[in-house]
Design a protein around this ligand. Structure first.
Ligand SMILES: [Ca+2]
Ligand SMILES: [Ca+2]
Ligand SMILES: [Ca+2]
Length: 531
């Protein structure tokens, strides 16, 4: 092919690739309102976060058949919701600001989508040990101390509680810190907290964007397995990758924790012969983490080169455990939203790549260079190079696409056979929902950037009407709850003057839920028609 024609062909391919690869099949899911979160925002809020009626961010079913959800609101509360009565009880409240009386005087919630208490996960052995983990965000410039305040939660025994030295990030840093805590409830059968807490890790990022957050444990691991009670936790890049100047390379640099997926052992008594104790003495690091032998690299790193890998999930294939994978949903900058399969030691390219393209230093994208290898960087660039690992699904910031990918799950429940083997995911702002066949995602995980799983748009039946997206559903109930914004609060480049804020969660049986901060309502997926 002549050179110009080749260029045109590449250009055409790149333009075509911006449109989501949708196919003809039509699946409609049916949803029903499940619970309405207590309002912690304002119907007429003026800030970027107080306009959201309730900042619901995680929904976890208590392991062991107690039939209870633990649900967090970024603004502070951790609720227990009984699945039968659907009654809310405040179990803990992280908001110790401005006389709220909760646990943390420096809790930061005002700005940033992930600020506040932004992660909650149960220990796989919770039923026996009562342990769970949280991540929250602090603003060190606020008055008060870093220690939890147990005035409202006197069952929390703080004797011996100390904070840790923050792990810093190269370059200038703002006053924000992200804190991972292990909690031990000595009596998990009631609705109050009694027990102890232990700070595991404190990170000081460059900025408040894309914080430390979602965590998970391999659900297939059993006692005695190497992955048993081993935590995978994502740490966003703190906004470093889109900055100009030296901090831009932080997601690529192996000497820091931002723009990474980390793998640690929270319990110092677990896997003692196959791991080492962390620098701060609070957790262990498995010896088989990929960079433990690299001079100057953080041993916690499992995968890297990610912007905002804010949702993790496990795809479990009961028929073939070799198909089990950790999946990450990564919010991109101005161009691409991504689903990636997480591999040990993999470099996902950011900020040298975004989606299947090259990201330039002016934050626009262009086609990949002929030599696709990128340098391995610890603090400085080394002699090594590596091929970036590309998404198995991506969609653009275009009409029909969206602005920010939400969470996603390979459906593993029993109630809706039509969803089995399908990976369902959402766009946060537009409220669009798609599925991809998990088998196609596995096939697309082939080292070839140009092969991806097809995205199939999913329609939504709610109160006997079918909708193309979650947007109008969220809008109706936002307004029914008194929301004063003419449509929905917030905005997005593609979604326009509001955000639907649609994300998925699963319960203990693998059944799906969709929740939204905009209206503060959690809905259950109760059926599906079509394919
Ligand atoms: Ca308790
Ligand atoms: Ca591929
Ligand atoms: Ca609006």
């Amino acid at each position: 092919m002549p050179k110009n024609a080749m260029r045109l062909a590449i250009f055409a391919a790149a333009v075509f690739a911006f449109a989501p690869a949708t196919a003809n099949a039509q699946l409609t899911i049916e949803i029903k309102d499940y619970v309405t979160m207590p309002m912690t925002g304002l119907v007429d809020g003026k800030g970027s976060n107080d306009v959201l009626l309730a900042r619901v961010n995680t929904l976890r079913e208590e392991p062991g058949g107690a039939n209870r959800f633990f649900i967090t609101d970024l603004n502070g509360p951790v609720y227990i919701v009984d699945k039968d009565t659907r009654k809310f009880t405040t179990y803990l409240d992280f908001n110790g600001r401005d006389g709220h009386g909760g646990l943390f005087h420096k809790l930061f919630t005002e700005a940033g989508y992930g600020s506040g208490i932004n992660a909650f996960y149960f220990d796989p052995d919770y039923r026996k040990n009562g342990k769970f983990y949280t991540v929250h965000f602090e603003d060190e410039s606020l008055p008060g101390g870093n220690l939890p305040d147990n005035t409202r939660f006197p069952g929390l025994n703080l004797s011996g509680y100390t904070t840790t030295e923050p792990v810093t990030t190269p370059g200038p840093m703002m006053q924000f810190e992200e804190v991972l805590i292990e909690w031990t409830d000595t009596n998990p059968s009631n609705t109050t907290f009694e027990g102890t807490a232990r700070e595991l890790l404190r990170i000081r990022p460059s900025n408040r964007l894309h914080p430390l957050g979602d965590m998970t444990f391999n659900p297939s691991a059993r006692q005695g397995d190497p992955d048993w009670r081993v935590m995978y936790i994502e740490c966003g890049d703190g906004g470093s990758g889109e900055a100009t100047g030296s901090i831009r390379s932080n997601p690529q640099r192996l000497d820091n924790l931002v723009g990474k997926i980390l793998r640690i052992i929270p319990d110092l008594n677990e896997h003692t012969s196959s791991s080492t104790v962390s620098e701060n003495g609070r957790y262990r690091i498995p010896n088989d983490n990929p960079f433990v032998a690299v001079q100057g690299a953080r041993k916690e790193i499992w995968a890297y080169g990610l912007r905002n890998p804010h949702r993790l999930s496990w795809a479990v294939d009961a028929d073939n455990p070799s198909n089990n994978n950790l999946i990450v949903n990564t919010v991109g900058l101005h161009t691409w939203e991504m689903v990636q399969i997480v591999h040990k030691g993999a470099n996902y390219g950011y900020p040298l790549r975004e989606g299947t393209e090259m990201l330039k230093t002016d934050n626009t994208t262009t086609h990949r260079p002929a030599n696709d290898r990128i340098p391995v960087q610890v603090s400085d660039i080394t002699n090594d190079t590596v091929l970036p690992v590309y998404p198995v699904i991506q969609y653009g910031h275009v009409p029909g696409g969206g602005d920010a990918i939400g969470s996603g799950y390979v459906y593993n429940g029993k109630a809706i056979p039509a969803l089995r083997g399908k990976y369902l995911f959402s766009d946060i702002t537009t409220g669009r929902i798609w599925y991809a066949d998990y088998k196609e995602m596995l096939a697309a995980d082939d080292g070839n950037p140009d092969t991806q799983a097809a995205m199939h748009e999913v329609k939504i039946r709610w109160n006997d009407q079918v909708y193309d997206t979650m947007w109008p559903i969220t809008e109706k109930e936002y307004q029914a709850r008194g929301g004063k914004d003419p449509d929905l609060p917030g905005r997005g480049t593609v979604s326009g003057n509001g955000r639907s804020d649609a994300r998925f969660a699963i319960d203990g049986a693998g059944e799906l839920y969709i929740y939204s901060k905009s209206d503060g309502i959690i809905r259950a997926v109760v059926g599906a028609a079509g394919k």
